[in-house]
Design a protein around this ligand. Structure first.
Ligand SMILES: Nc1ncnc2c1ncn2[C@@H]1O[C@H](COP(=O)(O)OP(=O)(O)OP(=O)(O)O)[C@@H](O)[C@H]1O
Length: 512
């Protein structure tokens, strides 16, 4: 944690936020039990915990979106008990939720200025001033790539997150609560947000945030509170990642990354030649069976285009794709997942992936085999249920509770695990794993790393991208470093040191 002047300031000042002895249950699930939490003005306070530990629930109680079954909440010295987000806003509380709260049919300008639109002399809303006013707000916060006239639903998830954050910042808040603000944020905007969080802190605001990236917590937070099973287990100024993981999960890891024992075979699973699409500018490589091939490089060098094109979600302009030595046509995801091709894409964005939220964990995972059933393919129900159970256990989805639970009752990180499980159940032999550990807690990340190793050992071929370069450095047999849509360097793995990948990303020559 950073040691800031705010830490040195005394504890005697009024607290910005205090929750004491809070209980909150959803049906049979006790999301918070006797939870307590306190944060001061002028500090950045991180809330850490495994998926499902109760962080989002606490945030919803703090900002008045849901009530506590028991316990008290004080904001800036005032006890607030009712479910009244507007009253909390008046006190100066601004919140950005994990499930973004922009209204999809409204424009960016309307979403930004909805609560305080520009008015004329008689107090009437001046619609003509809405767009210029929103433009001024966006510019003020350094955002110049979002059109205030665009409809929210037409923005990317990352852009929506930026608008949501600008809405929070523009309210001149005294308490800012951000639930996993960087999970959907494009990498280049993470520093932008960190700058604003520090500025708010220095101006005396209390900034509370959650994150599953320890690096972010370490570099930003003055203090961290760890939650486990709905209860606060520690609040510290200093905490190592290893200590934090143990506090969060009760498990300790000898090394953060497992040793990958799987060895690639000599057989080519996927051969890509001269692929051009989006930012990709003629990329060629071979991916072998049993291999975990990392795709590294600075953000925005064509990594996403590569994954989407291989999955048929984006059309290739040029180039060929061969599976098992045979050229295949992949013009749609349907082409990619069909038998004989077997390419599955596991994305980071559980919202865009379209989980069937009201359906159960089991039905969501089983939906991966639906297309086979629909085309008359044989699915052994008993074997399928056993496979679902095994993958749910392996990924610890829903903390061991029934697979009948609806997916929308799961925490965000557990929903991500359902997306992952769904694709792993298919018989796809080529897996495109794109930033699959985003928004996933440290212990589960570890489980996913082991799972990736197991899948490779089964002979699946894995293309692996992560916004955390460390992961690529430790897990991959080989790393392709992309720059401007081309392979700028190829490193033999495990690279071990993320800095080597970063250095190769920016080096002009190809001899990294
Ligand atoms: N509306 C709901 N209905 C039923 N259960 C819920 C609901 N909201 C949350 N829960 C449950 O409450 C528990 C705490 O969830 P919460 O979302 O607060 O966790 P979290 O720490 O924010 O997790 P993550 O890091 O994955 O976002 C989980 O078991 C979750 O499934």
């Amino acid at each position: 944690m950073t040691q800031t002047s705010s830490m040195a300031r005394s504890d005697t000042r009024a607290l910005a936020v205090r929750a004491t002895g809070v209980d909150r249950a959803f049906g049979g699930v006790q999301a918070l039990r006797d939870a307590s939490f306190a944060a001061r003005p002028g500090e950045i306070h991180a809330l850490a915990g495994e998926n499902g530990a109760g962080k989002s629930t606490l945030i919803k109680v703090l900002c008045g979106l849901i009530s506590a079954d028991k316990g008290t909440v004080e904001i800036l010295g005032t006890e607030v008990s009712k479910v009244q987000p507007a009253a909390r806003r008046k006190l100066g509380v601004a919140t950005a939720f994990q499930e973004l709260s922009l209204l999809p049919d409204l424009t960016v300008a309307e979403n930004l200025l909805l609560q305080d639109p520009p008015r004329g002399r008689l107090g009437l809303v001046r619609r003509s001033r809405l767009v210029p006013a929103a433009l001024a707000v966006l510019r003020h916060y350094g955002v110049d790539d979002i059109d205030p006239r665009a409809t929210a639903e037409d923005l990317s998830v990352g852009q929506r997150q930026v608008v949501e954050l600008v809405r929070v910042l523009a309210g001149e808040p005294r308490v800012v609560i951000l639930d996993e603000p960087t999970a959907a944020l494009p990498d280049r905007q993470v520093e932008w947000l960190a700058g604003h969080m520090r500025r708010l802190r220095d101006e005396g605001c209390c900034v509370i945030f959650t994150s599953h990236r320890w690096r972010e917590i370490e570099s930003l937070a003055d203090r961290v509170t760890v939650f486990r099973n709905g209860t606060q287990v520690a609040t510290r100024e200093r905490l190592s990642e290893a200590e934090a993981v143990t506090l969060m999960s009760g498990r300790s890891f000898a090394g953060a990354y497992p040793t990958i024992t799987a060895q690639p075979t000599d057989e080519s699973a996927l051969r890509v030649d001269g692929l051009k699409s989006g930012r990709l500018d003629g990329i060629s490589f071979d991916l072998r069976r049993g291999e975990i091939l990392g795709v590294g490089g600075l953000a925005g060098q064509g990594q996403r285009d590569l994954f989407l094109t291989l999955f048929g979600a984006r059309r290739a302009k040029e180039g060929t794709i061969a599976v098992d030595g045979k050229t295949v046509t992949v013009r749609s995801p349907k082409d990619a997942i069909r038998a004989g091709v077997g390419i599955a894409y596991v994305p980071e964005d559980r919202k865009a992936e379209g989980l069937f939220l009201p359906l159960s964990i089991r039905d969501n995972i089983a939906s991966a085999t639906l297309s086979r059933r629909a085309t008359g393919g044989f699915v052994n129900r008993g074997a399928e249920q056993a496979a679902i159970k095994s993958i749910v256990d392996q990924l610890r989805i829903g903390a061991g509770r029934s697979t009948n639970r609806a997916v929308d009752t799961l925490s965000g990180g557990n929903q991500q695990k359902v997306v992952m499980a769904r694709w792993l159940l298919t018989d796809a032999r080529i897996l495109l794993l794109f930033d699959v550990t985003r928004g996933v807690d440290a212990a589960t990340k570890h489980d996913i790393y082991e799972l990736v190793g197991t899948l490779a050992a089964q002979g699946r071929a894995i293309l692996y991208y992560s916004s955390e370069t460390e992961e690529i450095a430790h897990l991959c047999h080989r790393v392709l470093v992309l720059r401007e849509g081309k392979v700028a360097a190829e490193l033999a793995g495990p690279v071990g040191d993320a800095e080597r990948i970063v250095a190769a990303s920016i080096k002009e020559s190809q001899d990294a």
